[in-house]
Ligand binder design. Structure first.
Ligand code: GCU
Length: 138
């Protein structure tokens, strides 16, 4: 099955704003994390059955330093201080992927900034077809 894209601008945002002033995003915009530790975006991803899933975050980071984030699934840390390296400009977007277990039904996926710089600009979460994961577009 094709990956399902969940736009950040449709997710739950804590300490961040939806913007569209840097080109190249999918959907209608992206989330600009506040420059604060703990700022986060949370998606709900439905899986038909339990199994492995590839979670891909599309982001831009126009600074010269990584903007690390913790990734949790169902409140469980699955990627600790994952690096989101510089992409060259705020309109250059790339992806970071992790493969992890999901349960059947609704899974909350949260990406939380771990430094005072906040997260990168996040465009979307794409849930890939590693396992028997089916979900509905946001
Ligand atoms: C700039 C940029 C924002 C970005 C911010 C940051 O202001 O325009 O899109 O979020 O830097 O450093 O986080």
């Amino acid at each position: 099955a094709a990956a399902v894209v969940h736009e950040a601008e449709n997710a739950v945002v804590s300490r961040g704003v939806v913007e569209s002033n840097h080109a190249g995003y999918t959907g209608t915009g992206f989330v600009n994390y506040d420059n604060a530790q703990g700022s986060h975006v949370q998606w709900t991803v439905d899986a038909a059955t339990a199994g492995r899933a590839t979670l891909t975050l599309r982001y831009a980071n126009g600074t010269s330093a990584s903007r690390p984030m913790d990734i949790t699934v169902g409140g469980v840390l699955v990627a600790d201080d994952r690096a989101f390296p510089p992409t060259g400009s705020w309109s250059s977007w790339t992806t970071v992927s992790i493969t992890t277990d999901v349960k059947a039904g609704a899974n909350t996926v949260r990406a939380t900034a771990t430094t005072s710089a906040g997260g990168p600009n996040v465009d979307h979460l794409s849930v890939g077809a590693t396992g028997p994961v089916a979900s509905t577009p946001a």
